[in-house]
Design a protein. Structure first.
Lengths: 614, 338
């Protein structure tokens, strides 16, 4: 019977399995293929902290959700059209994410007594127990079939079974009429040293594809047509890579060599790893003995003239607090990247959260303000890192990039920019004394930006000392009460003057009216989708999303006052809402908060607004 | 250009206590720098003095060079970043026993392990001076201080032994009042490619006065210390008739002319021996069993971190076709939307 090919607007696929099943790879290969085909995509890796958690258990389930569309997609999708579950535990922990008519693909071989028991099923029928009735169930014996293929190719079963994920991937490619070329090329390149593994992976991938063509459960297939995209050269990018590249771009535009002192920490490690690859462009990376050395080597490199960076996640930012204060008082350029994860302490390290905002704003001793930029999507991380570096260098101060695990690991297609379209970066380097200077005054300021000048060691006649002790403009240590107060105020004012350089706050949707949704950072995609759904259903709201946290855009107050109700959405207990309360106490702020280590789902945002709009 | 010590004195008033050993170290370094500058061709702007927190860490303010007064314990990390960023700088870390062996212990051993080309001058007065008299990681067992009114029950660190354990390539020890010896050692440290750790036994006149006096007092200094010189026999004593020999696996002090001992029996100091076994023993010598070793105890050649960073960057750059961001961004997996 010839099958129908049905056009669909968008589709959400969730790959899930044991944390050793290769689900992250499977998901990203599917995403890459869709992106190459011209779909818009957004991805959401959701994995446990353990590298190999106990096999078959709920705690070991690793997931990777891909949302592909024939028009713009802004989120990884709330619920999935297809769930790939490589074992009973994966099915059990993801059943809540199924759309009513979703297709479920399981490796039925794993639904044996042992597998069901490990996943905590009480009966021998997992599907009945989970009340799976109206879903389209595809139940290939993946383990058996993969073992057979391994046998035929002369591989031992254990080695062969590592390719099981390719079977599921093959089924998905068939279902969505996608080319396997990109994945085949990947396999050939990745395993070129072991031809047997190339053969095995290719074979299992095809087995899956062919299985899908023969099984009744997949009667029709689907196609997600390419999205209309601005012409250009594209690539897939995740947030961590985008941050690394944005910093490298800033290094090129400023002529300042890039130095990154860092210590591995989830989910920020990818930035250090990415930077280390690009040493051929002069990037210096130093994997330090600890987080403190990470920032302190960066401060030393900054003093010596580098674009200096340190990358970390929440607990690492805590360790860096004292040194960050040193960068503030010495007024040296420094970019601190914090890819937030769930806290406090070690918390839920592989899950996303926005709960380091208070720490970024206030987490240091003394009067110690720091500029903060929050990227809003994986690819926006490039721009956020670039401008963080630009402002750090030009204004002689540390800037925090407040990213999130959701952005760092998530990916989307990115139209590669032309570096000629980016502004140059002009740090206030100095090579001679001012006419009235008997010696170099390190804290003499630019009257417009209040930035001090950057005199690099090695420059004749500009010898000077900086450090953690308060100093006057001439650079002499001073505990004069008025000098201290003046310097504290100047360091704060320097940040606030940056507001004249950053873009104004834009409002999506209604420009004035009843309800303003406020958000910041990585929730942008969900907020944007919610705004568009609300508009479709006839609820008129405005959306003000903040990329710049400190300073706030100059028109912030003007935007807030145009709405009757303001509701602040964030993945914490209300940090940004409280910040706005302190800055603009004349307004009332409602809050919608989620502290589950998970991104928003669009549905809950829409519901929250509907409840207010009633 | 020829410099004099005066050229390295800043206009800042020196605020250490009268009688503090730090004054002598400052003078010794200001004396050494003209010689170093001449020998190595350094101009004044090439020097950076970096410090942590503590009395000794005020040092950079008194030098008319570039300077960075950091935070407690972190000077080695700050100095490391500076050197990697600009390997042409001559970087001098000024630190103390609390700064470098307590809060900053981690950074110290990792700087030494990497063999980054910086000079670390560790002022060891076995006490916390700036916080007014608490015991430090080098305070001897039983020390009575403000935080150990009944005596410490901790074993002290020996900075030299720590450096050996971290695969250090240069270690020297001097006394604050020995200006000439200190100055000579600073020149040696500057010459050395790699991390040079110099321990200065320094007197805190207020909180731990005369802590080193048992070996440093003029009346018996010659009998209780030994100044080691590479290639010379390990002899000491006011009559220059005492020496060190190996007795089994241990060092032993002997008197030349007694029990048939001649000068030929005395060990000859080899600071350049790669195996640090003897160097370790020399570092750990303590009065009254043995004289305390001064001078350059270890000085061996090894690759430095900053050189290896530079070489690796050059090597990978030579292999790559990519020269700019526009090329890099367009390399690898990309696709075109028409």
């Amino acid at each position: 019977m010839p099958h129908k090919v049905i056009d669909v607007q968008d589709v959400v696929i969730r790959f899930s399995g044991d944390s050793g099943d290769g689900m992250q790879l499977t998901g990203s290969l599917f995403a890459d293929t869709a992106a190459f085909f011209g779909n818009d995509i957004t991805t959401f890796p959701d994995f446990p902290a353990e590298i190999r958690a106990p096999q078959g258990t709920l705690s070991g389930v690793s997931g990777y959700q891909v949302h592909i569309g024939s028009s713009a997609v802004y989120t990884p999708g709330d619920y999935c059209d297809v769930l790939v579950a490589m074992n009973p535990a994966a099915l059990k922990s993801n059943v809540k994410w199924l759309k009513p008519n979703a297709t479920i693909i399981v490796d039925i071989d794993t639904f044996d007594e042992k597998g069901l028991q490990k996943a905590g099923f009480k009966t021998d029928n997992a599907f009945e127990e989970l009340n799976i009735k109206h879903h389209n169930l595809v139940t290939p014996p993946i383990t058996t079939l993969t073992k057979e293929s391994a046998n035929m190719l002369g591989l031992d079963a254990k080695q062969g079974l590592r390719c099981k994920n390719m079977f599921a991937l093959g089924i998905c490619y068939y279902m969505y009429n996608m080319s396997m070329e990109h994945t085949e090329h990947f396999i050939k390149t990745k395993f070129f040293k072991t031809p047997a593994l190339v053969d095995m992976n290719l074979r299992v991938l095809k087995d899956g594809y062919n299985y899908a063509g023969n099984v009744e459960a997949i009667a029709d297939t689907y196609i997600v047509k390419p999205a209309k995209q601005t012409p250009g050269v594209y690539r897939n990018i995740n947030g961590n890579t985008a941050i690394a590249w944005g910093l490298m771009a800033a290094s090129e535009k400023s002529g300042r060599p890039l130095f990154c002192g860092s210590y591995p920490i989830t989910p920020a490690t990818g930035i250090l790893e990415e930077l280390a690859i690009h040493k051929y462009l002069g990037v210096k990376t130093l994997q330090c003995e600890d987080e403190i050395a990470g920032i302190c080597t960066a401060i030393g490199a900054s003093y010596a003239g580098s674009l200096a960076v340190t990358t970390t996640s929440g607990p690492g930012l805590s360790l860096k607090s004292e040194a960050l204060g040193l960068a503030v008082i010495t007024e040296l350029p420094l970019v601190v990247v914090n890819v937030q994860r769930g806290g406090p302490s070690t918390g839920i390290p592989t899950k996303t959260e926005q709960a380091d905002l208070n720490q970024a704003l206030y987490g240091r001793n003394g009067e110690c303000p720091v500029a903060i930029i929050a990227p809003n999507s994986p690819s926006h991380c490039f721009e956020a890192a670039f401008y963080a570096a630009k402002y750090a260098l030009e204004h002689m101060m540390p800037v925090i990039v407040l990213s999130e695990g959701f952005l760092g690991n998530g990916s989307e297609p990115w139209r590669i920019p032309d570096m000629n379209d980016f502004p140059t970066i002009n740090p206030p380097l100095v090579d001679a004394l001012d006419e009235d200077e008997p010696y170099f005054y390190p804290f003499r300021r630019d009257p417009e930006t209040l930035a001090r000048r950057w005199a690099l060691p090695g420059t004749p006649n500009l010898e000077h000392r900086v450090g953690g002790l308060e100093k006057n403009h001439q650079g002499a240590v001073s505990s004069d009460p008025l000098v201290h107060e003046q310097m504290v105020r100047e360091r704060e004012e320097k940040i606030q003057r940056l507001a004249h350089k950053i873009p104004p706050l834009e409002v999506v949707g209604e420009q004035e009216g009843d309800i303003l949704m406020v958000s910041w950072g990585g929730t942008y995609g969900h907020m944007l989708s919610a705004e568009s759904q609300l508009r479709e259903q006839g609820t008129k709201v405005g959306l003000a999303h903040f990329d710049y946290i400190n300073p706030l855009p100059l028109n912030t107050e003007d935007v807030l006052k145009r709405f009757k109700k303001i509701i602040v959405f964030e993945l914490n207990s209300g940090h940004f809402a409280n910040y706005l309360r302190a800055k603009f106490p004349q307004f009332q702020y409602l809050q919608y908060n989620k502290i589950q280590g998970q991104p928003f789902i669009v549905t809950e945002i829409v519901e929250a607004i509907n409840n207010i709009a009633k | 250009m020829k410099f004099t010590p005066q050229d390295f004195k800043s206009d800042q008033e020196v605020k250490w206590c009268p009688g503090c050993g730090d004054h002598a170290v400052l003078a010794s370094i200001q004396r050494a720098l003209p010689e170093i500058s001449e020998e190595l061709g350094y101009s004044r702007e090439r020097y950076v003095f970096v410090s942590g927190i503590g009395c000794s860490s005020r040092f950079p303010y008194y030098m008319k060079t570039y300077g960075f007064h950091g935070i407690h314990g972190r000077a080695a990390a700050i100095a490391t970043g500076m050197k990697v960023a600009n390997p042409t700088l001559s970087i001098w870390e000024m630190t103390g026993d609390g700064d470098s062996l307590a809060i900053g212990g981690n950074h110290l051993i990792h700087a030494i392990r990497r063999n980054i080309d910086i000079n670390i001058v560790l002022f060891n007065n076995k006490i916390y001076g700036l916080t007014k008299g608490q015991y430090s990681p080098t305070s001897k067992w039983g020390s009575i201080t403000r935080t150990s009114p009944y005596g410490t029950v901790e074993h002290p660190f020996n900075p030299g032994a720590l450096a050996m354990g971290a695969r250090g390539t240069f270690f020297a020890r001097t006394l604050d009042m020995e200006l000439k010896l200190t100055s000579d050692i600073m020149v040696e440290a500057a010459r050395h490619d790699g991390t040079a750790l110099v321990e200065v036994l320094q007197n805190c006149v207020i909180f731990n006065d005369k802590t080193h006096a048992v070996i440093t007092d003029r009346a018996f200094r010659a009998d209780r210390t030994i100044v080691l010189r590479h290639g010379e026999p390990m002899v000491y004593g006011k009559d220059n008739n005492k020496g060190l020999v190996l007795d089994g696996l241990k060092l032993k002090s002997v008197t030349i002319g007694e029990d048939g001992v001649t000068l030929d029996d005395i060990l000859v100091h080899n600071a350049e021996e790669e195996n640090h076994g003897v160097h370790m023993m020399l570092c750990e010598m303590q009065w009254p069993e043995l004289p305390v070793a001064l001078g350059v105890i270890r000085r061996v050649k090894d690759r430095t971190y900053d050189d290896m960073v530079r070489d690796q960057l050059t090597e990978v750059a030579n292999k790559s076709q990519i020269r700019c961001m526009n090329d890099m961004l367009r390399s690898g997996d990309t696709w075109v939307v028409e």
